[in-house]
Design a protein around this ligand. Structure first.
Ligand code: UDP
Ligand code: MG
Length: 308
C-alpha cells in the first residue's frame, strides 16, 4: 500500500519562503510516496525561479504557473485538478500552517476519514482585528447559510480522492472551497495546531480582499440576503403606511396642532431611497454572479508547467 500523497501549495510572491518551506516539508514526506505541486498565482518576484531550482533536482516537486493572479481559491482549485494523489493536502507557503502535523492528518485519513481539517487552536499570533473579523464572518455565514462551515478552519486540510473528484466536477466559477467541502457532508475529523507567524513577507489578504472573500462565500451559499431585501421592503412599506394613517388622523382630528412637516417628508424620502438602493444592490450582486457564471470563462490560464 504505497499510496500517493499530493501536497498543493498556492504561492503568490513567496520567494523567501520556498527554501525554508521545502526544508521542513520534504523530510516529513520522505517516508511516503509524494508529490508537491506549487501553483504560482501570478507572482512578480522570483518565486517561480526558486521553485524551478528545486524542481530541476527532484521530479516530485512540480510547478504550474498562472498567466496572472487569479486568487488563492482558484490556485487551490487548479492544484486539485493537477493532483494525482490518493489524498491531497493543501497548505500555505508562508509556514503559518506547520507541515509537521501532516503525518497526523494522513493517519486520520488512513483510518478512513474523507476530510481532515487542521483546526487552529489559538490564533494569538493573528491580529485582534483578524480574529474578530474571522469570528464575525463564521457567525454570519453560519446564520445565513444552510451548510454549516466549521470555524477556525482555513484551507489547511486533507481531502480524500473521492472529495477531490467531487470538487473537480463542480463547474461553478465562484469557488469558496471551505463551503464546497462542507456542502458534501463527507466524514471528517480535526487535527489541532497553533497558527504561527508568517515566515517572511506580508499577508496578501488586504481588508478589501477579505471583504470580497467573505461576500463571495456568503453569496455562494445563501440566497437569504435576497429575502432580507424583501423583508426590508415590507418593513418600510409598513412604516410608510403607519405614517399615512398618522397624517390623516392628525389632519382630520387635531387640525389646530398640525404643522406641515418638512422634516418628516425629507427623512422619509432619504430612508426610502436608502432602502431601495440597498435592495437593488443586493439583487445586483446576485445578477453579477449569474453573469460571471453564464460567461463561462475558464477558471485560470496556465503560462508554464514543470514536471507535470
Ligand atoms: N496566495 C495566492 N494567491 C493570492 C493570495 C495568496 O496564491 O491571491 C497564497 C499565498 O502565497 C499563501 C496563501 O495563499 O501561500 C495564503 O495567503 P496569505 O498568507 O497571504 O493569507 P493569510 O495567511 O494572511 O490569510
Ligand atoms: Mg499566511
Amino acid at each position: 500500500m504505497n499510496k500517493l500523497i499530493s501536497v498543493v501549495i498556492p504561492v503568490l510572491n513567496e520567494e523567501k519562503n520556498i527554501k525554508t518551506l521545502l526544508k521542513r516539508l520534504v523530510p516529513i514526506l520522505r517516508s511516503y510516496n509524494f508529490e508537491i505541486i506549487f501553483v504560482n498565482d501570478g507572482s512578480t518576484d522570483n518565486t517561480s525561479g526558486e521553485i524551478k531550482r528545486f524542481a530541476n533536482k527532484d521530479r516530485r516537486i512540480k510547478l504550474v504557473s498562472f498567466q496572472r493572479n487569479f486568487g488563492h481559491q482558484t490556485a487551490l482549485s487548479c492544484g486539485y485538478n493537477f493532483a494525482k494523489g490518493d489524498c491531497v493536502v493543501t497548505i500555505d507557503a508562508d509556514l503559518q500552517d506547520p507541515p509537521e502535523i501532516i503525518p497526523k492528518m494522513i493517519k486520520k485519513w488512513e483510518e478512513g476519514v474523507d476530510v481532515v481539517y487542521a483546526k487552529r487552536r489559538k490564533r494569538e499570533k493573528d491580529s485582534l482585528f483578524k480574529r474578530w473579523t474571522a469570528k464575525l464572518f463564521y457567525k454570519l455565514i453560519n446564520v445565513l447559510s444552510d451548510t454549516p462551515i466549521p470555524d477556525n478552519v482555513g484551507d489547511f486540510r486533507l481531502l480524500d480522492r473521492r472529495v477531490v473528484k467531487f470538487i473537480n466536477g463542480l463547474t461553478e466559477k465562484s469557488r469558496f472551497l471551505r463551503g464546497l467541502v462542507a456542502w458534501g457532508d463527507f466524514s471528517s475529523a480535526f487535527v489541532y495546531f497553533d497558527r504561527d507567524e508568517r515566515n517572511a513577507g506580508k499577508t496578501h489578504y488586504t481588508l478589501r480582499k477579505m471583504i470580497n472573500f467573505a461576500l463571495s462565500g456568503i453569496m455562494s451559499f445563501s440566497t437569504k440576503p435576497l429575502r432580507i431585501a424583501s423583508y426590508l421592503g415590507f418593513a418600510t412599506a409598513t412604516l410608510g403606511f403607519l405614517g399615512i394613517i398618522y397624517g390623516i388622523v392628525g389632519k382630520l382630528f387635531f387640525p389646530s396642532h398640525w404643522v406641515t412637516g418638512w422634516t418628516a417628508l425629507f427623512t422619509a424620502i432619504l430612508f426610502l431611497g436608502g432602502v431601495q438602493l440597498i435592495t437593488i444592490g443586493i439583487i445586483g450582486e446576485y445578477i453579477g454572479q449569474i453573469y460571471r457564471e453564464v460567461q463561462n470563462r475558464p477558471l485560470y490560464l496556465i503560462k508554464e508547467k514543470v514536471n507535470l
